[in-house]
Design a protein around this ligand. Structure first.
Ligand code: HEC
Ligand code: HEC
Length: 365
């Protein structure tokens, strides 16, 4: 307990200095345009317009450019204090390094903010997997009474219409200056689906037989993909995330993409179903702590201590985390194994996602 409290305090005090980069109220700098349609996916340059999970009116550079401004605009909150970018900061793979985040009225969110990356490959959104696609959820936070507090569609549309820079951005994106909730949602979705992370040390390693890995990273990789630890059976595929439920998928249909990992005997937050939560992506995991749906673990070492000897007996504990007698698995990882797993997880950090100007905050103030 002591360790957790200290970790959270530390994070809260350092995040205060990060605030200015999170979004703005002034005028955005729109002098540059960027290419968003081509991104590296699984080692190949791909045209994102060929992938699933598109906004229904299709994807274009102009829609993404508009979505980027909306994402960082504090005017999308009721009192002009909170942008999506407050809780989803580029430098942290679009998380905020707080256990719980600050909404518009100094109220804390109920759960830990989530990274935004490779959303186009994501068919299970939020910790309880309550939305099935980015298009379904992209404006939910705007209307959330803790996060951004906008009361209705009319208020949203009039706040956007009153900012001088939007009519021309809508014209470029949709061919006319008229502003509707649907168009705002389509543009926001467009920005979300282009945030790609596929250029980590791990991605490079896949192409050169992991010659770029240190011995420790290689040991960690073998442990991660081993049938004893089973990490990769849950954190799977391109995104190290829940298998997406297509063609059978993970678990039963009602718990698609979620699992109970025995954090507590009796779950406080029920999540999707009796303590099941979305199996989150591990890409950029070194940047996205504190960890779990409630931010309970400050470090990756704390997470590994949980998997190693902390798994609690629980009626809904995932069978992968039980031993032959149905008891919680004890992995009993030694110090070197933990270091190796952390070294491997660190290879999932992608400088392109966190530094590329095209995903950055366009507001000057
Ligand atoms: C006050 C902090 C806050 C703000 C502002 C905020 N979010 Fe979030 N976001 C969260 C939290 C917390 C979660 C997890 C909520 C849950 O699971 O119940 C989340 C989850 C998400 C997810 C799900 C990611 C996944 O992989 O499942 C996406 C996408 C997202 N937010 C996008 C946005 C967008 C777009 C905006 C602006 C319109 C926004 N957020 C504004 C805190 C915030
Ligand atoms: C049975 C499926 C399952 C297995 C096996 C599994 N995980 Fe997880 N993992 C999850 C779920 C579900 C969560 C989120 C739980 C929550 O927040 O309540 C999670 C969370 C995490 C997190 C924190 C992510 C974040 O964004 O906060 C890390 C790191 C992690 N797991 C690493 C591992 C490693 C390393 C292994 C192997 C030792 C492993 N996991 C095995 C399902 C699994």
């Amino acid at each position: 307990m002591l360790g957790i409290t200290a970790g959270v305090m530390l994070v809260a005090s350092c995040s205060r200095t990060q605030k200015p980069t999170s979004g703005g109220n002034g005028e955005p700098d729109l002098s540059k345009s960027y290419e968003y349609m081509m991104a590296e996916v699984d080692g190949q340059m791909r045209d994102l317009r060929m992938l699933d999970n598109q906004p229904s009116s299709g994807l274009s550079n102009e829609k993404v450019a508009l979505g980027r401004v909306l994402f960082y605009d504090k005017k999308l909150s009721i009192n002009n204090t909170v942008a999506c970018g407050n809780c989803h900061q580029q430098q942290f793979a679009f998380c905020d390094q707080q256990a719980l985040s600050d909404g518009f009225a100094n109220k804390k969110t109920l759960r830990n903010s989530m990274s935004i990356q490779n959303v186009i490959l994501n068919n299970s959104m939020f910790w309880d997997s309550r939305a099935g696609s980015p298009g379904e959820m992209s404006l939910n936070p705007v209307f959330n009474h803790i996060e951004m507090g906008i009361e209705d569609d009319a208020m949203l549309v009039s706040k956007v219409a009153n900012a001088s820079y939007y009519p021309s951005l809508f014209k470029k994106a949709f061919g006319s200056e008229s502003i509707t909730r649907e168009k705002i949602g389509e543009a926001m979705t467009s920005f979300l689906v282009t945030t790609f992370s596929q250029q980590s040390k791990f991605d490079q390693g896949k192409r050169n037989d992991f010659k770029n890995f240190t011995d420790l990273e290689k040991i960690g990789k073998d442990l991660f993909f081993s049938s004893e630890l089973k990490c990769s059976q849950c954190h799977s595929g391109e995104n190290f995330m829940a298998p997406d439920g297509m063609g059978g998928g993970y678990g039963s249909p009602t718990v698609k993409g979620t699992a109970n990992i025995g954090l507590e005997k009796v779950p406080v937050d029920k999540g999707k179903n009796n303590g099941s939560f979305k199996i989150p992506s591990l890409r950029n995991i070194a940047l996205t702590g504190p960890y779990m749906h409630d931010g309970r673990f400050a470090t990756l070492e704390d997470v590994l201590n949980h998997y190693s000897e902390g798994i609690q007996a629980n009626a809904n504990l995932d069978s992968k985390l039980k031993d032959g007698n149905g008891k919680p698995l004890k992995m009993n990882l030694d110090v070197v194994q933990k270091q190796a797993l952390i070294a491997f997880l660190n290879t999932l950090t992608d400088e392109n996602l966190i530094k590329n100007e095209k995903f950055s905050n366009p507001f000057r103030n």
